[in-house]
Design a protein around this ligand. Sequence first.
Ligand SMILES: [Cu+2]
Length: 171
Amino acid sequence: MQIRRISPILALAVVAGLAAGCSGDGGKEPGKTGQGTTASAAPAAGEVQASKGALSVSGAWVREPANPKVAAAYLEITNTGEADELQSVFTESAHRIELHTVKAENGAETMSKVDSIPVPANGKAVLKPGGYHIMLLDVPRPLKAGGKVRLALSFTKGGVLVVDAPIKTGA
Ligand SMILES: [Cu+2]
């Protein structure tokens, strides 16, 4: 039996549970970097980082931000089933998250908020620089390359998938 809509509270609980032990209370943690967990090697390109039902997620990463208060996360969602949508994302690494797309207007690229990101049936949703992305806002602790960000991705039909997105420099 499948629930159509996962409650934000439940998704948050998933993240909180999995991230237990590395939360801190917003204060400084001398000697600790990133999430406080061991940073493993970055996953190989195309490697599936999480899967559930028809959905799998690969290539998740977060760009080390120039402005420490905001960051963008990118990943690929492969769907072998019916059309779905990425509805919301939760993380302990940001106080606020929005789903964004990039639009070209008068030759300038601007980001705008979207309610959800479509995941086509038997297809892929690709979140990448210059396109759809997950925007992390009000980031409490600086995100540094070598660390990682745990993201809980909540889908309309597919439930919640959790991935660890390595923080990297670059475009
Ligand atoms: Cu954005």
